[in-house]
Write a protein that binds this ligand. Sequence first.
Ligand code: ADP
Ligand code: MG
Ligand code: MG
Length: 253
Amino acid sequence: GNMLEIKNLHVKLEEEDKQILKGVDLNVEAGKVHAIMGPNGSGKSTLSYVLSGRDGYEVTNGSATLLGEDILGMEPEERAAAGVFMAFQYPVEIPGVGNMTFMRTALNAQRKARGEDEISSADFLKLVRERAKELKIDAEMLKRPVNVGFSGGEKKRNEILQMAMLEPKMCILDETDSGLDVDAMKLVAQGVNALRSPDRGFLVITHYQRLLDHIEPDVVHIMSEGRIIKTGGPDLALEVERNGYENLKAEDA
Ligand code: ADP
Ligand code: MG
Ligand code: MG
């Protein structure tokens, strides 16, 4: 069944009368990886911001549900508790907060919102070490402040560890613009591949086809001017790579 269901989603900026999403329809099934590609300014990041509950955007029409439950009316932490995980291209640095503490706090916030007890120190340690090992993450990284002084690759690795700890149902990654080097891109791809599971969906947003060389999405969508204008298999990403977005639009028009 559908994990994430987006119907006729219209979004405008709160500050100005500018419509950015103009009727997005998208279903991500459990177990599948969907990719969204599209030219700069087409609304890809706006979609991920709206799904994450960032301020500044107003939903003027349409809906987004996770396993049938409306998420647009939820607070960001309620979304996380419901099982939505957002990864952005530039993870924040949090000086003074240890990586372990941060992850434990995030995990406990999620458990609390679900009405579950806090995880014990011993269980947390066991879990974080297990997950770090699976993802080949150096235990040393767990002791440092969140992302402070981390290389681009380490930040990506850390983000994937956070994702693995929270066991989300729906992972949304906005890896849009340039700035991800090839190694960081491979890390993201490895992380997604490692966490692929029959009861988890992925939405991977990217401007570049090359990320999809390593992830192999099940479905590829092209977004243009606030709408999904084309949907296809992995070949669609290759077609965009060969012919560019302009030709795709011309062909559709
Ligand atoms: P993409 O991620 O596909 O490059 P964005 O979602 O970042 O696209 O942007 C879509 C459009 O919305 C662009 O025209 C962008 O300039 C505009 N936009 C997004 N957020 C804001 C904002 N806070 N203020 C002004 N314009 C914005
Ligand atoms: Mg952009
Ligand atoms: Mg973007």
